[in-house]
Design a protein around this ligand. Sequence first.
Ligand code: PLP
Length: 432
Amino acid sequence: MLCKNIGVSGAHLTFAGRDTVALAQQYDTPLYLMDEDRIRENCRIYMTAMREAFGDKSFPLYASKAACFKRLYEIMKEEGMAVDLVSSGEIFTAVKAGFPMERAVFHGNNKTDADIAYAIDCGVGYFVADGMFELLAVDEIAREKGITQKVMLRLTPGIDPHTYDAVATGKVDSKFGTAIETGQAAQLVEQALQLQNIRVVGYHCHVGSQVFDEEGDVYLNAADIMMDFGAQMERKFGLVMEMLNLGGGYGVRYVEDDPYVDIGENIRMVAEHIKALADKLHIAMPAILMEPGRSIVADAGMTLYTVGTVKEIPGYKNYVSIDGGMTDNPRFALYGSRYTVHLANRMDEGCDFCCDVVGRCCESGDVIQPEVKLPKPNRGDVVAVCTTGAYNYSMASNYNRVGRPAVVMLSGGKDYVAVRRESLEDMVQNDL
Ligand SMILES: *Cc1c(COP(=O)(O)O)cnc(C)c1O
């Protein structure tokens, strides 16, 4: 099985030790399941490895865009994680959950003045500023509010992590951050130091998402460039790099032939490399931050659906339609993402029926996964899609006025609703 929290009992698929068919019956479908114990385990992998490798001042931040709802912030708080936030909506959710905002970092390539003011009012610990426009706005609003805002500068180190273009963000021509290569980053530092109400504590880069480290040492290369830049800025402007934030991005396994990333081992490798760089460049070791999103929640998620129609077109292909689709999981439509799909109530049967598993939306592109092999499904069978904990609920929409599914958390043999299913009334709540 793809992950150790997935299993089979009799003919039924299990998740976090629970019978998925029973859960589908109990809560109805489509249904997001989340394995709370797995989320906590994933947090602890980062917490432990980063403390050991980089020391006490270093810490992981959960990139909450991967999955954002109140209960998750409570879990992050309990696990001692910091968090990344990218909008007033995410800030509001974290505040509502009682998350300590001094451990929050505010991201985004176009924060509005209202976002900036709200984030400062909520006491967000750090801004990651994308460029000069933002620095000026933050400085001005911070002055009005009589505070000094801690800021990291988001830089593009010019690295191509060989992942999908849509999720590669560290290249020079990215919409995010300020480029080192063009000299603009150095200029940004110089200008930032003139501003009275911000304090530059370090630098940030994020080279991309779903990064596997086999072909290139993406994080090591990023560290080379960022450490070198930090040392240059210290020599030139006397600005000590207190923090270096290396972003997110470790990959997870969606299908059996995806490689496995040993995150703990990778972090140890990055740490050794950065310590050597600090020695070579004669600068103090900065606190290291990392921002995992996907690798915290992806394998803690599974989505359950009920089969509706099975359409066979002899000589062409077969379609299996389920009661959800791109409204709860747009990732195949967006990126061609791969997924592992099971027929959860018939795990004891051979998989000899090849089909496209498709949603119920009025879009031909509404595909969850093409060319899946299953036992030939019947109406009412339960389809399970694995590894849906990241970028599914958080990317869900109400297209076709389909309500978002409930999120049910599983922990220690218990289950509870963390996000309730959207009702028909919810569909018209903002219509006047
Ligand atoms: C998306 C993002 C992350 C998280 O990336 P994952 O691939 O989910 O780990 C971290 N930092 C920034 C700035 C991001 O945009």
